[in-house]
Each structure stands twice: as structure tokens, then as C-alpha cells.
Design a protein around this ligand. Sequence first.
Ligand SMILES: Nc1ncnc2c1ncn2[C@@H]1O[C@H](COP(=O)(O)OP(=O)(O)O)[C@@H](O)[C@H]1O
Ligand SMILES: [Mg+2]
Length: 264
Amino acid sequence: MRSIAFINQKGGVGKTTSTANIGAFLTLFGKRVLLIDLDPQANLSLHYGVDIHSRGLSIYQIIIGTNKPDEVVRKTQIDGLDLIPSNIDLASAEIELVNTVGRETVIKFNLENFLYKYDYVLIDCPPSLGLLTLNALTIVQEIIIPLQTEYFALQGVSKLFQTFEVIKKRLNEQLEITGIIPCMYDSRTNLGHEVLDKIKEYFEDKVFNTAIRKNIKLSESPSHGMPIMSYAPDSNGAKDYTALTKEIVDQEENLFKTAIRQTA
Ligand SMILES: Nc1ncnc2c1ncn2[C@@H]1O[C@H](COP(=O)(O)OP(=O)(O)O)[C@@H](O)[C@H]1O
Ligand SMILES: [Mg+2]
């Protein structure tokens, strides 16, 4: 099983779009996938047509321990893709968690045993480095950072790295940053090229070869409650996320080798 948190404390950089669409395309590689929406704004849940105003069961009930994951998880319209949705109830969890013993590991404690039936668990994090994000970082092995390919792309990245280092040292020594996704790339502008070069200079080989181009279909698909794979399978958005997903699947071999080396 691979578990990956999509993290960037900035909003609007492509976390949710990446989580939603990579999740869908992974099923085409024969993977069983669980998506977890950890953002109170519940955009990932909207992507899969969940009625977030009905206040149905969500990750919130798992956090407070009133419901088990198998009561909360739901199937999506994509075969092999399940979702633990969020809703606005989650906004109060961050505050409620503050006074909880083991507050960074509550989600791990309540969810961990449920995850093993999946090949991939993808967590869409809120745009902050608060307790919900810290909880995500204690449960996953990997971090993928989506960056908006624009002028301020690298702003805030050092803070994100600090948080990663602290969590790795204190709570989750397995944690690794396994990829950077350049999102909303505009190949027609000089700025687009310059920023992409800068990102590659900074993160070197961590940057995926596939940059996700700006594509209107990607921004339309959530309002139709569908990932790009169903909404516009021939779009550039679908092509880019397919190529990116293939890169992610191709990482398996190396990760497997590293794991063997560590246990040897
Ligand atoms: N490659 C893209 N091209 C066009 N619009 C995009 C692209 N990626 C994301 N968007 C849109 O930009 C907005 C922010 O993206 P989102 O994935 O929700 O970011 P985050 O989860 O980091 O806040 C959304 O409206 C989304 O539909
Ligand atoms: Mg989001």
C-alpha cells in the first residue's frame, strides 16, 4: 500500500484537482484507491458529486470516534475508487483536537487498520499546516506537493519543509517527499517557463516530468461532480493527469527496492 498526502499550505495550487484526478486514473492501472477528503471546504467530495450540505457521515465522525471508517466510506462512480468525504463539520475538528491527548495521531489511530485493503490512499489536505494536516502527515508514507506554476510558487515552501522535517523526526520517520507537481502551467508564456525552471532548480529530480497545463476542462469538471477522466477524457487535462499518474505508478519499483534495502 502507498499512502500519499497532497500538501501545500497555500490554497488554489491544485491539491484537490490532483488528488481527485490521480485517484481516478490510478484505477485504470488496476489499483484499488481510497480518497480521503481532509479539507472542511470539501472540494474533493464535490468532485465526486457528494451532497456536502446534507451533513451525511464524514471524516469528522471518524475523528471524533462515533463511527467506524467502513460506515463512512462510500463508493464513487468510478469502479475501484472509494471516498471518505468531508463536510463543514470538519471545521470544528481542528479546534476540538487541540485539547485531545495524542492530537496529531487521532486520525491514524481511528483509520489505520482500515487502509490496508487499498493499493493507494490519497489524502487531500486543507490549505494550512494545522492539526488536520499534521494528522495526515502522521498516517502517510509520502508527501506530494502541488505547486502553482506562477511567480510566488516557492513562497512558503521553506515553512512546509520545516514542518516535514519536524514530523519526520518526531512522529513519522518513514515520511518522504516523493514528488512535486507543477500545476496550472502555461507553456505559452515566458513566465511559465521561468517558473518551471526555478521549480526544477530548487527541487531537482523530485519534480515530476509532467507539468499539468492550464486547462479549462479541469476547472469545469468539479461542478459536474466528475473527475476529468469521465468529464473530458480527450482534454489536455486528462492527458496530463494520465501521464503524471503513470509516473507515480512507475515510482513503485524504486520505492519497493528502497523498502527492501531498509529491511535487509
Ligand atoms: N490545471 C488547471 N487548469 C485550470 N484550472 C485548474 C487547474 N488545476 C486546478 N484548477 C482550478 O483552480 C482552482 C484551485 O484548484 P484546487 O485543485 O482546488 O486547489 P487547492 O486544492 O490547492 O486549493 C480550482 O477552481 C480548480 O478547478
Ligand atoms: Mg483543495
